[in-house]
Ligand binder design. Structure first.
Ligand code: GDP
Ligand code: MG
Length: 163
């Protein structure tokens, strides 16, 4: 059985962009409207040394922060149960949000590798924005730009080594 890698995170952080980047073609719908991925999107990825199944989690665009939290908890629960490794994506431009903190609290209790990723770090300038995220107290934070393919190769080297 190929290992399962799940991408989770709040709407609009760039989960589907990362999914497409890793799959190597445009499979998940990326949109400027948050929450465009209606359901989970699966792909077999065979272009790395180790083949894996990649899952993009989506959902509706929540009207309230309560519903956002509920959706993120649901995604995370799925990922914890089904996945072998979790990519938790946050957004350097949107900054660190209470929902991010909440999910990090859930994820740090599980016994599976979790990668904490800050997306939209398109250049050196955004590296500074990523500093806030160190207050989460996680061991390592990976900064990437899924759109500009920055840091994604290094991230995947570490991800594959953790499988
Ligand atoms: P999702 O809701 O988490 O799946 O997010 P999407 O992948 O649909 O992306 C949401 C928005 O963020 C889109 O407008 C993307 O083009 C944009 N986006 C995604 N990755 C990056 C990135 O690395 N840098 C920048 N600047 N924008 C990005
Ligand atoms: Mg999406």
């Amino acid at each position: 059985m190929k290992p399962i890698i799940a991408i989770v995170g709040r709407p609009n952080v760039g989960k589907s962009t990362l999914f497409n980047r890793l799959v190597g073609r445009r499979k998940a719908m990326v949109d400027d409207m948050p929450g465009v991925t209606r359901d989970r999107n699966y792909a077999e990825v065979n272009r790395f040394d180790l083949p894996f199944i990649l899952v993009d989690t989506g959902g509706f665009e929540p009207e309230t922060s309560d519903k956002l939290l509920q959706q993120m908890r649901e995604q995370s629960r799925f990922a914890m149960e089904e996945a072998d490794l979790i990519l938790f994506v946050m957004d350097a431009r949107g900054g660190l949000t209470p929902a991010d903190r909440d999910v990090v609290e859930m994820l740090r209790r599980i016994n599976k590798p979790v990668f904490y990723i800050i997306n939209k770090v398109d250049g050196e300038k955004q590296e500074a924005d990523a500093g806030d995220f160190y207050s989460l107290g996680v061991d390592h934070i990976h900064t990437i730009s899924a759109e500009h393919n920055r840091g994604v190769g290094d991230l995947m080297d570490e991800v594959l080594a953790a499988l």
